[in-house]
Design a protein around this ligand. Structure first.
Ligand code: HEC
Length: 115
């Protein structure tokens, strides 16, 4: 069977949509709220996908969830100092931190060893 250009676009769209649904359970009820937090508070420096867009800001995609939680708490408490992150973390609740850590840690990354 020959799939027309239009048909394959539809198929691609369907796959993209179902992939989107497969992501949902991890965030369940908070998916929209978490996305909104990432969009408004983190995206400008760390990207939605955790690939840094600001020189000097680290990539976060695929990072250990526990590590992300610890760092965000440390920035919030001021025990880890960074002018930008201390401001950003100040207003985060424990639940926000948990959801943000879920977001960035659940982004799949693949690595390649040096030859
Ligand atoms: C204005 C830019 C900016 C924004 C906005 C920002 N960050 Fe950062 N972030 C940075 C920089 C720069 C660092 C490195 C700071 C340092 O050296 O400690 C950093 C570090 C971090 C780290 C530590 C990473 C590591 O490898 O130790 C985490 C986790 C983090 N940011 C999460 C977030 C989250 C979640 C948000 C949104 C709530 C956010 N950041 C918003 C600039 C930003």
């Amino acid at each position: 069977m020959r799939i027309s250009k239009r048909g394959s676009f539809g198929l691609t769209l369907l796959l993209a949509i179902s992939a989107g649904f497969m992501l949902e359970p991890a965030f369940a009820a908070d998916a929209g709220a978490t996305r909104h937090l990432v969009q408004t508070l983190c995206q400008n420096c760390h990207g939605m996908d955790g690939v840094s867009v600001l020189p000097g800001a680290p990539n976060l995609s695929g990072q250990q969830k526990e590590y992300l939680i610890q760092q965000l708490r440390a920035y919030r408490a001021g025990s880890r100092q960074d002018a930008q992150m201390n401001v950003v973390a100040k207003g985060l609740s424990d639940a926000d931190i948990e959801h943000l850590a879920d977001w960035y840690s659940s982004i799949k990354v693949s690595v390649e060893m040096p030859k």
